[in-house]
Design a protein around this ligand. Structure first.
Ligand SMILES: Nc1ncnc2c1ncn2[C@@H]1O[C@H](COP(=O)(O)OP(=O)(O)OP(=O)(O)O)[C@@H](O)[C@H]1O
Ligand SMILES: [Mg+2]
Length: 231
């Protein structure tokens, strides 16, 4: 079964008297286990598309299915629950909470879904911080970490609930080349280890070359010449 299915998805933003067609009639099927990239010029709709897949916003028309469930019109509460259980997010600006340590930031999604006892939660947090090479830094606050370290903590936070799908909007945009490569290698190895699917957007050619499937967005449409690597 496809992990992500978009049927005829359009998104129109209304700004004053003007309609902006951010996405136009997108049909998309993504199988589980992929390392999938959206590229395209600024304003082409990458973030809007990730927001649709991540249940962060609703399409104007069309339907969105994640893991077989129709998530198109979930209530705010239900979509928050769905995100907590099934999805992980990595952001360009890391979005760690400054008043929490690295470990507390990583624990947050587990606290929110309330699935585990405190002891089990701590075990999961230390385990995933080890997987990203940050367990020795876990008591530090975000402002005591470098950009690459922060992003590794953010990757750990996205993965700690073992979501089937991780969405990342320009995850390497604030990192230097070497650190960006490390974060990409890390995401790929975690994909291999946990079987999670990664879907990300990027302008970074260094990241694009690691993708297994590349979709190019142009003016809210997916260019037909998308390239599943190796074909
Ligand atoms: N909340 C919003 N309100 C109105 N228009 C929006 C909103 N969000 C995005 N848009 C518009 O929708 C279009 C697609 O924007 P989007 O952010 O998806 O592009 P993008 O491909 O992610 O660009 P970038 O590479 O610059 O991040 C653009 O024309 C943008 O101005
Ligand atoms: Mg964007």
């Amino acid at each position: 079964m496809d992990l992500v299915r978009l049927e005829n998805v359009s998104k129109v933003y209304r700004v004053g008297e003007t309609d902006i067609n951010a996405l136009r009639e997108i049909d998309l099927l993504l199988p589980p286990g992929g390392f999938i990239c959206f590229v395209g010029p600024s304003g082409s709709g990458k973030t809007t598309l990730l927001n649709m897949i991540g249940c962060l916003d609703r399409p104007t028309r069309g339907r969105v299915f994640i893991d077989g469930q129709d998530v198109t019109n979930l209530s705010r509460k239900k979509s928050a629950l769905f995100r907590g259980r099934k999805l992980g997010f990595i952001f360009q600006g890391f979005n760690l909470l400054p008043v929490l340590t690295a470990a507390e930031n990583v624990a947050l999604p587990l606290v929110m879904v309330q699935r585990l006892s405190k002891a089990d939660r701590n075990r999961e947090v230390v385990g995933i911080l080890e997987a990203v090479g940050m367990s020795d830094q876990r008591h530090k606050y975000p402002n005591q970490l470098s950009g690459g370290q922060k992003q590794r903590v953010a990757v750990a936070r996205a993965l700690v609930t073992r979501p089937s799908l991780i969405l990342a909007d320009e995850p390497t945009a604030n990192l230097d080349r070497v650190t960006a490569e490390r974060v990409v290698d890390l995401m790929k190895s975690l994909r291999d280890k946990f079987g999670s699917t990664f879907v990300f957007s990027t302008h970074d050619l260094g990241l694009v070359k690691h993708a297994e499937t590349i979709y190019e967005l142009v003016d809210g449409r997916i260019n037909d010449n998308h390239r599943p690597l190796g074909e």
